[in-house]
Design a protein around this ligand. Structure first.
Ligand SMILES: [Fe+2]
Length: 340
């Protein structure tokens, strides 16, 4: 297997108040393909992180101004820096210190005097993890931009994706879905129609009703979307939402004609908020409808056996209550990011 770090020159920041310790580590790491920078105290460390953007920080616990635990916890609680790998190094080998380091979010913990081979191996392993995380993040960002690009093509659907993320996570939370499904719904709101990138604009933006042939092409978007996202293991729970958000409970939907509870619950949640938001907003082929009219239409569709009545009724109660935003699991879910 080839080493993914071979062509990289990972950046390491050494933080220690003793210059001789820094020089020792620098000399020890020099033969490897790393770019090295150093800082003598906590304040300097935070400043250098911003300037140098390291992949990994070797962080001594006992440093002046801001101690190592605090530096670690600040870096790990910041969206911009939480991906940086941190190995805490302490001369105190007691359990309490190690626990504090782990609680502060350190990726590894070593006590002095440390075994050089062990340190080298741990650095290499964490840098590899960081490299794969970075690659994954890049791929997810590209797919997310693709989905938002599809939304931006049509001025009528502006904001549709982010509303869907908010409605569906709040609704999923009321229904008692677990955190992993709520995260999937948050991403699903943005990504559900990413497959529309493969649909010609003449069909996607057509102001009038679609012909049978055009409808057939349009109905391929869930499968195209699934194929775009399939290589990413991190989107495993989002893919059923993408593939099945146009199924109907009576089996008349697409692409698989699934019936009832064979349609994944997260897809049943997203489709209700998707229909609601589409009916409420202006589209090339229709004006925005009043909420009463939207509910009349959706009531009829539930009677026809299209949408899950239990989820629909929970959604109606939620949206008619003034404070539905309180149902957002915002504390544990970063709703600014489609990927958690
Ligand atoms: Fe769709």
């Amino acid at each position: 297997m080839t080493d993914p770090l071979e062509d990289q020159k990972p950046k390491i920041l050494i933080v220690d108040d003793m210059i001789q310790n820094i020089e020792l580590l620098r000399a020890f790491l020099q033969p490897m393909n790393y770019t090295i920078e150093s800082a003598l105290d906590g304040e300097d460390a935070l400043k250098k992180v911003g300037q140098f953007e390291p992949d990994l920080v070797l962080l001594d616990v006992m440093i002046p101004k801001i101690d190592g635990h605090e530096v670690c916890s600040r870096l790990k609680s910041n969206e911009e820096t939480r991906h940086i790998m941190i190995i805490m190094i302490s001369s105190l080998s007691d359990l309490e210190n190690e626990v504090m380091g782990i609680e502060a979010g350190a990726d590894d913990y070593l006590s002095k005097p440390f075994n050089q081979l062990l340190l080298r191996t741990r650095i290499k392993s964490l840098l590899k993890t960081k490299y794969y995380n970075d690659q994954l993040e890049k791929a997810e960002t590209v797919i997310s931009s693709l989905a938002l690009g599809v939304e931006a093509k049509d001025p009528y659907t502006e904001g549709h994706c982010s509303r869907l993320s908010r409605y569906s996570t709040a609704l999923g939370n009321r229904l008692g879905l677990g955190m992993s499904l709520l995260k999937a719904l948050n991403s699903g709101g943005v990504l559900h129609d990413v497959g529309k990138v493969g649909i010609p604009d003449a069909i996607l933006l057509k102001p009038g009703p679609l012909t049978d042939e055009e409808r057939k092409i349009m109905s391929k978007h869930p499968v195209i979307g699934e194929n775009i996202c399939k290589p990413l293991h991190s989107l495993k729970l989002v893919i059923p939402i993408i593939r099945h958000h146009h199924e109907k409970l009576d089996g008349s939907g697409y692409p698989d004609g699934l019936m009832g509870e064979d349609i994944p619950i997260a897809a049943r949640v997203l489709q209700i908020v998707d229909i609601y938001d589409s009916l409420m907003t202006k589209r090339p082929y229709k004006p925005p409808f009043s909420q009463d009219k939207v509910f009349n239409i959706m009531d009829e569709e539930v009677k026809k056996g299209w949408w899950d009545p239990r989820i629909y009724s929970e959604f109606k109660t939620m949206i008619q209550g003034k404070n539905w935003h309180k149902d957002l699991p915002a504390k544990s879910l970063n709703l600014n990011s489609p990927f958690i």
